[in-house]
Structures are given as C-alpha cells and as structure tokens.
Design a protein around this ligand. Structure first.
Ligand code: ADP
Length: 280
C-alpha cells in the first residue's frame, strides 16, 4: 500500500429528506498515516461520528471520496467492502451493545470474532482469554455479553475490535462509560495494538486521557476540520478552499462573523486586521 491508511477529500454528508436536510460534514480533508494514532475531538453534533462511519464504510457520503488501506471505498462492492472490514478494520460503535452478540458469552464473542482468521482453536482461546484479562473481564468470561454492564460491554467491544489485529481501529467514544482505571486499561490495549502491530488508530473521544495518549488530535467543528493538535499545541488548519476556522475567542472579540478583514503578509506568516468600511 502506498499513501495514508485513511484519506478523505471534500467529504460532505447530508442527512434527511429534501427540505429537512442536516449537513453533518461540509468538506472534510484529512489523511491519517499508517501506524498513526489520532483522536477526533469537538463539540457534540460537530460530525465526528459521521466521519468515523464514513471511514468504516458503513455510510455512503453525499459527496467526496474516502480511501481506506489504499482502496477507494466507492469502488468496493458490498461483498469486498465487508471482507475488508472483517480482515483489516476493527470498529467500535458508540452504543456498546451494537458491537457484540448479546446471547453469546463474553469469551464466545471473542472466539467468534476470530472466525475469519486461520488460527487454531487453542490459539483462539488463548488470545480470547488474554484479551479479556487485559481489559479486566476475566471473571465474567462466561457471562452472556448482553448481561454485562454498559462499561463491561464497552471494554469487550474494544477487545472484539482488536481480536484479529486489524490494520485500522475506528472507535467511537470507547471509554465514555468507564471509570479512570478501566479507561486506562482500554487505552493501554489500544496503544499496545499500535506499538506491537502498527495498528492505525482513529478514536472519537471527549476523554482528555484518550486525547493525551494519542499522537495527534483533530478537532471537528461544524462539519469541518477546525484545528489540529500536536504535542499539546493546537494549530489552525487551512482547508483546500483557503478557509480557516478562527478560534471562538477571536470570533467573539476581534473578528465577529461578517467582519471584513485584510490579510497582511509578514515575515513568518499572515496577520488578519479588522477593517471598517462604510457600506452603502
Ligand atoms: P458528533 O459525533 O460530533 O456528535 P454526529 O456525526 O453524530 O456528530 O452528528 C452530526 C450532525 O448530524 C448532528 O446535527 C446530528 O444531529 C446529525 N445526524 C447524525 N446522524 C443523523 C441521522 N442518521 N439522521 C439525521 N441527522 C443525523
């Protein structure tokens, strides 16, 4: 594979019926390199889950392209798309119950998740037990998954998604129902997959601890990439159309929406100067 593990360009997603549309994404460009770890941050309703669903191929975009593992998703048939998801992509959806078979035991879920692999039965069992242990679920291994608590289901969902050592992990709020210690175990498991297998990680999260544990943060605001964080420092992102999302404090204070401004080139960048023009 050449190029990034995940790439999208001009991604637009509109939900709903004509006349009642909701625009969830308004032109997102993003590339995530192989073995990179990215946290998608941003306010509720910004479009983070939608972006993850599009990367997982669970939703068809209104416009724009998505490439995963070097393949354009719109070129895949439902069968080849499903095969790629089984083989290469682990997905954790926001509602933990949707990631598992409720009548199957916790360990049974992990064994079934490994069906597409050629591992022998003892290897599958060992892997399942080790995964359960790593997320603190060994003692509920034989309980039906549907009878586990929300937090336990969430930990099991992450273990299931990582069972086959995917090339890409896409997880939507995987620690939202967890206490500090359990969240730490989930973060450790995700980081181990990245360190040991080179799994690329994209996680939607509100959890600061998850954001801190990953290499890059991408903040989605109002359906666009608003900012990017590296090593604790946030940067604005210039879109393909030349637009940038100004920070809230600038919008509220110096340059409220609708302001006229002049872009002045300086030695190391550009300054925006508010201007007053008589409008007739
Ligand atoms: P986030 O994950 O950042 O909270 P979402 O991607 O869930 O944002 O949602 C973005 C916008 O799209 C919101 O306004 C939400 O109400 C809307 N939305 C999400 N899913 C649907 C859907 N299936 N039908 C209609 N609107 C939706």
């Amino acid at each position: 594979m050449t190029g990034p593990m995940v790439r999208c360009e001009g991604l637009v997603q509109v939900y709903g019926l004509p006349g009642q549309e909701v625009t969830a994404l308004r032109g997102v460009d993003l590339a995530v390199d192989e073995a990179e770890t990215v946290a998608l941050l941003g306010p509720s309703g910004a479009g983070k889950s939608t972006l993850l669903w599009l990367f997982a191929g669970l939703l068809r975009p209104t416009a724009g392209i998505v490439e995963v593992c070097g393949r354009r998703l719109s070129d895949l048939t439902p069968k080849t798309g499903a095969e790629m998801r089984l083989r290469d992509v682990g997905v954790v959806m926001q509602n933990p119950g949707r990631n598992l078979l409720p009548y199957e035991t916790a360990i049974g879920n992990l064994l079934l998740a490994q069906s597409p692999t050629r591992r022998t039965w003892p290897v599958k069992r060992r892997r399942s037990a080790a995964l359960l242990d790593s997320v603190g679920l060994a003692r509920v291994a034989h309980r039906p998954a549907g009878r586990l608590s929300g937090g336990e289901q969430q930990r099991l969902a992450v273990a299931i998604a990582l069972a086959n050592g995917p090339r890409l992990l896409l997880a939507d709020e995987p620690t939202s129902q967890l206490d500090h210690e359990s969240a730490g175990a989930v973060i450790d498991l995700i980081q181990a997959a990245n360190a040991d297998l080179g799994t690329t990680v994209v996680v939607v999260t509100h959890d600061q601890a998850v954001g801190n544990a990953l290499g890059r943060t991408v903040t989605i605001r109002d359906g666009r990439v608003g900012a990017e964080g590296h090593a604790g420092e946030d940067y604005l992102v210039v879109s393909r159309d030349g637009s940038v999302q100004l920070p809230a404090e600038v919008l509220e204070g110096t340059l409220p929406p609708g302001s006229l401004a002049r872009a002045v080139l300086t030695a190391d960048g550009v300054e925006l100067h508010h201007v007053n023009v008589e409008r007739h």
